[in-house]
Write a protein that binds this ligand. Structure first.
Ligand code: CO
Length: 299
């Protein structure tokens, strides 16, 4: 569902934050500090993060929200994907861009950028998942890259980042259509390898999927705080340290919430063979004869 003025405002804020990304993502900059700054900027501009900011470097494709105390920095010669979401009253603009420090990966960056542009340009009521996937895959190939096969774009709804429809980034024959009034995020991931990602490392992102009573005190505190504030929108492990000082209590609480399936973890996603990945993403409204860009890195 499209949220009108609030939605467009979320998009404008996302675009403003995107403009400043390159001032923050520099070789040697701390990933945790970049994410803290981006999330703070979203709040300062009058919105809320729709999910924790992720800075995924090199073979990491997505869901790299630094853990509390994470010391990782942007490495030399790396390619960094910055993915964040902005929401106002649950109306979400999901967007991502790539900052590339490796001259040998220019084609990879171009592949995700131009395939996004080509896909967006054919969006209108009735366009199929097949037409979108085939377009994206063709542009990837023209740029000597492979799409990431198991990462997709998605439809969105109020307070809901994934509303059921997946927009495949590869050749397919799915005849499901985008229809007028849908809000979708198209996110293209290009890879120098075979293009498959898998879970790797400790999750820095969680969402509440089933808010039920638990005994553990810290778990109750986390649940009541984030469910009140964000409903099911994801939160970062890093954010928990603002409401609970003991790391030990936090880890116990996460374990308990996980074992009762109250929360769902989103671990970092990295390319299976260690190949490099680039990403671009924007959010748009599907219209009768075209599209309306809400926000994001749309060239
Ligand atoms: Co997305």
């Amino acid at each position: 569902m499209y949220g009108g003025k609030d939605h467009d405002k979320a998009g404008e804020i996302a675009n403003q934050v995107l403009k400043n990304v390159r001032n923050k993502v520099k070789v040697g900059a701390s990933l945790a500090e970049i994410c803290d700054q981006i999330e703070k900027e979203i709040v300062d501009l009058g919105a809320q993060p729709a999910f924790p900011c992720s800075v995924a470097v090199n073979e990491y494709a997505a869901h790299y929200a630094p853990l509390f105390g994470d010391k990782l920095v942007v490495p030399e010669n790396s390619i960094a994907k910055v993915d964040f979401g902005v929401h106002i009253d649950g109306y979400i603009c999901d967007c991502a861009t790539t900052v590339n420090f490796n001259p040998a990966l220019t084609h990879l960056e171009k592949a995700s950028k131009e395939s996004l542009k080509a896909a967006v340009e054919i969006v209108k009521d009735g366009v199929t998942i097949a037409e979108l996937g085939n377009t994206i895959h063709r542009v990837m190939r023209e740029n000597n890259a492979s799409p990431v096969f198991n990462l997709t774009g998605h439809s969105m709804d109020q307070h809901m980042i994934h509303a059921g429809l997946s927009i495949l980034n590869h050749e397919n024959n799915v005849q499901t259509k985008l229809t007028e009034g849908m809000v979708v995020a198209i996110e293209t991931f290009s890879s120098t390898g075979a293009g498959y990602v898998h879970d790797r490392g400790r999750p820095g992102i969680y969402s509440i999927i089933n808010p039920k009573n638990v005994r553990n005190a810290a778990a109750r505190k986390i649940l009541s705080h984030f469910y009140t504030e964000r409903k099911t929108l994801p939160f970062a492990e890093r954010w928990l340290h603002k409401i609970e000082s003991s790391s030990f209590a936090i880890q116990n609480a996460l374990r308990e919430l996980g074992s009762f399936e109250v929360i769902m973890p989103y671990p970092p996603l990295s390319e299976l063979t260690g190949a490099m990945v680039s990403q671009h993403e924007c959010t748009l409204l599907v219209e009768k004869n075209g599209f309306h860009i809400i926000g994001g890195d749309y060239p």
